[in-house]
Design a protein around this ligand. Structure first.
Ligand code: HEC
Ligand SMILES: [Cu+2]
Length: 347
């Protein structure tokens, strides 16, 4: 089924009719603010959409047939003034009818099962091409860690991947792990949902065909801040991706103007949980902060990465994300200003 990387999604007559009836379902050329599985931008998501249409066609037909028969019977055999109030002839069982309503549904279920199973295996077994990018995704309560083993990059919360195309396939193959409990990776426009399970690596691939920011959400209840464990996938053009990689490979900026803030960062517990490459901070419990300012949001998409939010976060993470696993460190206003100024140099 996936022999060709970029097979056109199957659109049948009924699906086209559905599309015409609900403009909300129309194929979107790029990322959506409210992501829909009906607006795929990557092969696995397109496959899932065509399977969804197939299932909708079958179940829709059943609905029309059963609903139509029911409506017919209700109207045709309604109580009338001319009724003689006699009971109709009572029928006990009919082997033919019972066989029909057992065998037909079983056949339908078998067809749905086989098409679904076939698609799952086709997606899972798609070969990994030479040009593929490898990313290891680690789910943490309540944030995402992204490691690029071949590029020597560790990032957090905002995944950057290259744009793929028919001429130049650049799919991203992800290995999904968990540092604590079960999480679930779901960016509806890019792929299906897959769990991150401790000690059980899973795999997922995407080949985004439109640049932009794709949104998603941890889809498994993993603790109090599960709903704020947001997914942001940035699909970059080749030049933009190369520039991003180049920047992420640099060690943390060392600006003498914020030396005091850096000292405070390194003498408080911050460095036990956070890493800033090129400094003494090598903690792994929290997100890598080496290129914190390259991110649009903090706390896994919970709030925009502004100066005020950053300071507020360091002062009291719970005020922005109640139940997050970063403690409030009870810093003085001066210390807060210094640390914020330091972090803001980490471009
Ligand atoms: C006990 C470990 C721990 C300590 C100590 C700690 N943090 Fe954190 N920090 C975390 C965790 C965990 C997160 C992720 C929280 C989330 O998104 O749910 C985080 C998130 C952050 C973020 C947001 C990063 C992002 O990209 O989303 C910043 C900035 C930050 N911490 C700065 C600090 C500073 C500054 C200190 C010291 C004053 C500090 N942290 C101390 C664990 C810690
Ligand atoms: Cu989660």
């Amino acid at each position: 089924m996936l022999r060709h990387w970029f097979r056109q999604p199957r659109t049948s007559t009924l699906a086209a009719l559905l599309l015409a009836l609900c403009p909300a379902l129309a194929f979107a050329a790029g990322p959506q603010a409210t992501p829909s599985i009906f607006a795929p931008a990557s092969t696995p998501a397109a496959e899932i959409r065509s399977l969804s249409y197939f299932v909708l066609e079958i179940t829709g037909t059943i609905f029309v047939v059963v609903g139509g028969l029911l409506a017919y019977v209700v109207v045709r055999f309604r109580a009338r003034d001319t009724d003689d109030n006699r009971e109709p002839a009572q029928i006990y069982g009919s082997t033919q009818v019972e066989l029909a309503w057992t065998v037909i549904p079983v056949l339908i279920v078998v067809v749905l099962f086989l098409t679904t199973a076939r698609m799952i295996f086709a997606i899972q077994e798609a070969p990994k091409p030479q040009s593929a990018l490898s990313v290891t995704v680690v789910g943490h309560q309540f944030w995402w860690e992204y490691r690029y083993p071949d590029l020597g990059i560790v990032a957090a919360n905002e995944l950057h991947v290259p744009l793929s195309s028919t001429q130049d396939p650049k799919p991203t193959f992800m290995k999904l792990l968990s540092a604590d409990v079960d999480h679930s990776y779901w960016v509806p426009q890019l792929s299906g949902k897959i769990d991150l399970i401790p000690n059980h690596p899973n795999e997922l691939w995407i080949d985004p065909l439109q640049p932009g920011l794709y949104l998603g959400q941890c889809a498994q209840f993993c603790g109090v801040q599960h709903a704020n464990m947001l997914l942001r996938v940035y699909v970059d053009t080749p030049e933009k991706f190369a520039a991003w990689v180049q920047n992420q490979q640099q060690p943390g900026v060392q600006d003498p103007a914020v030396a005091q803030g850096r000292r405070t960062f390194e003498t408080q517990a911050c460095m036990n949980c956070h890493a800033v490459r090129g400094t003494a901070a090598t903690g792994r419990f929290g997100p890598d902060l080496t290129h914190l300012m390259s991110r649009d949001t903090i706390a896994s998409g919970a709030v925009p990465n502004t100066s005020d939010n950053l300071r507020q976060w360091i002062k009291n993470p719970d005020s922005l994300k109640p139940g997050s696993l970063m403690p409030a460190m009870h810093l003085s206003d001066t210390q807060l200003d210094q640390i914020t100024a330091y972090l803001e140099t980490l471009k």
